[in-house]
Design a protein around this ligand. Structure first.
Ligand code: ATP
Ligand code: MG
Length: 423
């Protein structure tokens, strides 16, 4: 037990961490360029927020939540996704009173009690954006463009954008009825989960992977055929904007998304490189969500992307990010006198933002040089009694093998001069 992490969790370190940081840097840069600001909401919220905000009929709420009662008898849940907390903050902090739209992004851990497998964990991480306050297709286009640019900048090229419109609440209601009528003829062939969905949220049956259900669905009516004029025009304008930005897409009437409150646009970026769990990013418009969470009617559009799945895709394309960690200099020593001098210089180097390591293991000179190599130091030097006596130290360029002799007090100046050149 002590040395086993809980099932479905992961430690992030080493080359995986290198890729992770690259992803975070890219996300920060792109969101800033698009004018989205970061928000960090708590890891846990009142359970009710997710019941409302994610929806009672979803797999997440029905089966997957990490919920508990705290010592004050409150019902608490570790967040299973990023949107609900952001919606709560938008309302509680009255962000709607600021100039609209409100454009936010987050990077957060998320928790779902699922069967762990490739690309599916119990603690995973999501990057997501939320755009509140605009019902225009241009807002959908902006959010999709952000996702497309992010994937491109991460080098994730082998993904397809699948896009669909479910229509507004009226269209959805009409479509649910048409679908129910169609399914009623074959209701005995549906799996138990779909039987339940048939009553509560028939649309989600389109999402079922069960073969028998798929067979029944073959000739099912599709949401796109029930759109009213306004929803149709909204969707077409979005597609025109994507065309204008040269963002490729496939209109895919089978995309419905798991959450209950999607209206109109839904989309997924699907990777062909990482097997069955191929959705790296999914989102859409949810004009009813804020109302559902207790706010006044406010249109919203956004997406969530699984960071682990993005990294899987990056690694499938580029291999793992094995970049050796590098230091500007390894400054070692032998003997007690040299130790004090060395620590003083090392500290001075660090104050000057030069990355440096020294000996913490009382190693021999030979072993120190081996260590310097291993950490990828660009320069190395060792200070001993001789160097102190003659006030001269030999600095070695580890790449070119060139050496240069300096006075001890010149090390900091020399490294400052050579630092820019190192970056
Ligand atoms: P799936 O169909 O794979 O279960 P989902 O519909 O439950 O996905 P969302 O709720 O839309 O997924 O979450 C957004 C993104 O978070 C997904 O596209 C995926 O990349 C990622 N994700 C969801 N669940 C997990 C998990 N258990 N482990 C790792 N990543 C996940
Ligand atoms: Mg899921």
């Amino acid at each position: 037990m002590l040395t086993n992490a809980p099932r479905g969790t992961k430690d992030i370190y080493g080359s995986y961490m290198n890729t992770w940081k690259k992803l975070e840097d890219t996300v920060n840069e792109i969101c800033t360029n698009f004018g989205f600001n970061e928000i960090r909401t708590p890891i846990f919220e009142h359970t009710e927020l997710f019941q409302r905000g994610v929806g009672e009929t979803t797999d997440i709420v029905q089966k997957e939540m990490y919920s508990f009662t705290d010592k004050g008898d409150r019902n608490i849940t570790l967040k299973p996704e990023g949107t609900a907390g952001v919606v709560r903050a938008y309302l509680e902090r009255k962000m709607y009173a600021d100039v609209q739209p409100t454009k936010l992004f987050y990077i957060t851990p998320a928790f779902r009690y699922e069967r762990p497998q490739a690309g599916r964990y119990r603690q995973f991480h999501q990057f997501g954006v939320e755009l509140f306050g605009s019902d225009k297709p241009s807002a959908d286009a902006e959010v999709i463009a952000l996702a497309a640019n992010m994937l491109k900048n991460l080098g994730i090229t082998n993904v397809e954008l699948h896009i669909n419109s479910l229509g507004g609440p009226e269209c959805r209601k009409k479509y649910n009825n048409t679908l129910k009528e169609f399914l009623s003829k074959n209701i005995d062939s549906l799996c138990p989960t779909c039987l339940e969905r048939y009553e509560k949220n028939p649309l989600r049956i389109l999402d079922c992977k069960n073969e028998k259900c798929r067979e029944v669905l073959k000739d099912a009516p599709l949401a796109k055929d029930e759109l009213d004029t306004e929803c149709k025009e909204h969707f077409e304008e979005l597609l025109r904007l994507l065309d204008a930005m040269e963002i490729e897409y496939t209109v895919d009437p089978w995309i419905v998304r798991g959450l209950d409150y999607y209206t109109r646009t839904v989309f997924e970026f699907i990777s062909k490189d990482i097997g069955a769990q191929g959705t790296v990013c999914g989102g859409g418009r949810y004009d009813k969500l804020i109302e559902e969470c207790g706010g006044s009617p406010t249109p919203a559009v956004g997406f969530g992307a699984g960071i682990e799945r993005l990294i899987m895709t990056m690694e499938a394309i580029n291999g793992s990010n094995q970049d050796k960690p590098t230091r500007d200099i390894y400054l070692g020593y032998v003997g007690e006198n040299a130790k004090k001098t060395t620590f003083a210089i090392v500290n001075e180097l660090r104050k000057n933002n030069i990355s440096v390591e020294t000996d913490l293991m009382s190693r021999s000179v030979k072993a120190q040089m081996k260590y310097a190599n291993k950490i990828g130091a660009r320069y190395s030097a060792i200070i001993g009694d001789n160097e102190l006596e003659e006030n001269s130290v030999r600095i070695k360029n580890m790449e070119t093998r060139e050496q240069i002799d300096l006075n001890i007090e010149e090390i900091v100046k020399y490294m400052k001069e050579n630092k820019n050149f190192l970056d």
